[in-house]
Ligand binder design. Structure first.
Ligand code: HEM
Length: 513
């Protein structure tokens, strides 16, 4: 049991050389620390702080995690007799008790037609795995921009997480998923939704993309259109976490207009010879394989190219961390064996488009979950921040912003779950026919509302929302990186337009007002 003090005893230590404070029933000796305090000495020797209970003022200025750091925990010398600690961090793997911080299916007392007991167990195991194995590294890599460590890829591979990230399908057959928690044939899109939604809870966008953003979009064409030994080798190497792949379609010349690519693949006696460039390629800097969209004499062809002579990658500085390995790539007369052709020459567009629905749906899962994290941050901040002697939530304008945020994230999640249910009951062709428009719309809605929520969050946090460290660090990070989802996998306007054009194609000829 820690040493017990009374509030009167603490109050006797209130000068710069002898300075104690109480925070949430714990007594801290700041006498030596005061000179090193990032907020300065003067704020600590203030008569309302020194020797006093500084809980409210502390939580108006610092995140909970400050006190969890070992160098600050050492400042605690005891606690106040008869008082109990009120403020606790969420335990590893546990659910948040903050309202709306979890989707309804995870909230006590709520029900869901979509999620089974197995999904629930999977969610628990997955959150725990992420928080134990990856979270400690996430903040470090996000900051220093280095690629995720091999041990992180190995940890994911050991549970077959890399394979599961590609969704349900025959590629899971014979694999032990999450230590046998889910059978390969039972793994469905709701399991995948859980993975996508849990993964973004770090708010370490660059790191997460570094962990497998490239695989998520670059491997499916190999899996679905690759041939023989090449397919087998690449799929197994990537699933094992030892090698990395990326999708290289976009060029400085052509973005959403994939038909306008300039990278050219010429057929020769020895194989394809590829010349051209690619830009904004997630994981390109660390990739061993590149799934590349090229023009050919017959139109478009997709090739999987191994890093080797003639392939150069350069890191691009984007608004998020370089841990994602976003690259500019040049292919100079790169010889590629014909076995590396994905699908048929001239049919490349279909190979690329075939994965778009799944890719967009996956991005939407993540986008909505990160939006939810921001709702949680805002609810916490608005409750703990005191202005004019009252919490921020006493202001109607703040409550109105919170109401809009909550409505947006709840509606997006409900729509997403509905679409996910449809995906579970449709084959690939039915999904393409019925869901391309729905998925385009839900992604457009999620990313647009995400930006509204980011802007509202900055207003609620004020200057803290544009500061990379401290109280508003998650808001700053979110606000800076939120446009990513609205651009990747099809820009918002392109998606909206796609959805309407799909609907127009289905308009019955007999319909009149
Ligand atoms: C155990 C006690 C404390 C520790 C370990 C501590 C630590 C820190 C740290 C690490 C920061 C940098 C910002 C961040 O990362 O959040 C900071 C900033 C600050 N602290 Fe403290 N602090 C303590 C107590 C207090 C108290 C009692 C006050 C009361 C006024 C205070 C006032 C401030 C201020 C004004 C800032 C600057 C905030 C900003 O830049 O927004 N600190 N403190």
């Amino acid at each position: 049991m820690s040493k017990q003090f009374t509030a009167e005893e603490v109050a006797r230590h209130r000068t710069s050389g002898d300075l104690w404070v109480i925070i949430d029933s714990k007594v801290y000796d700041l006498s030596k620390f005061a000179d090193m305090h990032p907020g300065g000495v003067s704020v600590l020797v203030d008569e309302d702080v020194a020797g006093q209970d500084a809980t409210d003022v502390f939580y108006g200025l610092h995140r909970l995690e400050v006190l969890l750091k070992p160098q600050y925990q050492r400042l605690q010398i005891g606690s106040i007799a008869g008082e109990k600690q009120q403020i606790f961090p969420r335990a590893i793997g546990a659910l948040s008790a903050v309202p709306y911080a979890e989707p309804t299916w995870l909230q006590p007392g709520f029900h869901s037609p979509y999620f089974s007991e197995n999904h629930r167990k999977f969610q628990v195991a997955f959150r725990k795995f992420f928080e134990e194995e990856l979270l400690p590294e996430a903040a470090l890599r996000e900051e220093d921009g280095k690629r995720p460590s091999q041990s992180s890829y190995d940890a994911m591979a050991s549970k077959n997480i890399i394979a599961m990230r590609l969704g349900p399908g025959p590629h899971l057959k014979g694999r032990v998923l999450m230590d046998g928690l889910v059978k390969p044939e039972e793994f469905d899109y709701f399991h995948e939704l859980i993975m996508a939604q849990e993964g973004v809870r770090f708010n370490a966008r660059g790191y997460l993309d570094g962990l497998g953003g490239g695989t998520y979009i670059g491997l499916p064409p190999v899996l679905n259109f690759g041939k023989g030994a090449v397919r087998q080798k690449i799929v197994e190497e990537v699933f094992s976490g030892k090698k990395h792949i990326c999708l290289a379609i976009t060029e400085a010349f052509a973005g959403s207009d994939v038909a306008g690519l300039k990278c050219f693949a010429k057929k020769t006696d020895k194989g394809w010879v590829v010349t051209g460039t690619k830009k904004w390629i997630t994981n390109g800097a660390m990739a061993d394989y590149f799934t590349v969209g090229c023009r050919s004499e017959k139109g478009m062809v997709v090739l999987v190219i191994e890093r080797g002579p003639g392939v150069e990658t350069k890191q691009i500085k984007t608004s998020y961390s370089s841990t994602a390995g976003t690259a500019y790539i040049t292919f100079d007369d790169v010889l590629v064996p014909f076995e590396n052709t994905l699908g048929e020459d001239g049919n490349g567009l279909q190979v690329i488009l075939s994965n778009f629905n799944h890719e967009r749906w996956g991005m939407t899962c993540g986008s909505i979950s990160s939006q939810r994290l921001i709702v949680e941050e805002c609810l916490k901040w608005a409750s703990q921040r005191k202005v004019f002697g009252k919490p921020l939530t006493a202001q109607p304008v703040i409550r109105a912003k919170l109401a809009a945020m909550i409505s947006r994230v709840e509606s997006a999640q409900a729509w997403l779950e509905n679409i996910t249910y449809q995906m579970c009951h449709m084959n690939y062709k039915q999904q393409s026919t019925h869901l391309a428009g729905q998925i385009a719309f839900v992604k457009m809605y999620a990313t647009r509302t995400a930006q509204e929520t980011a802007a509202d969050a900055v207003q609620i946090f004020g200057g803290r929302g544009i500061t990379r460290t401290g109280m508003g660090k998650n808001i700053e990070h979110y606000h800076r990186t939120v446009p990513f989802d609205s651009v990747l996998g099809g820009a918002e306007d392109v998606l909206g337009d796609l959805g309407v054009r799909q609907a127009m194609r289905k308009m019955p000829k007999h319909a009149r007002l």
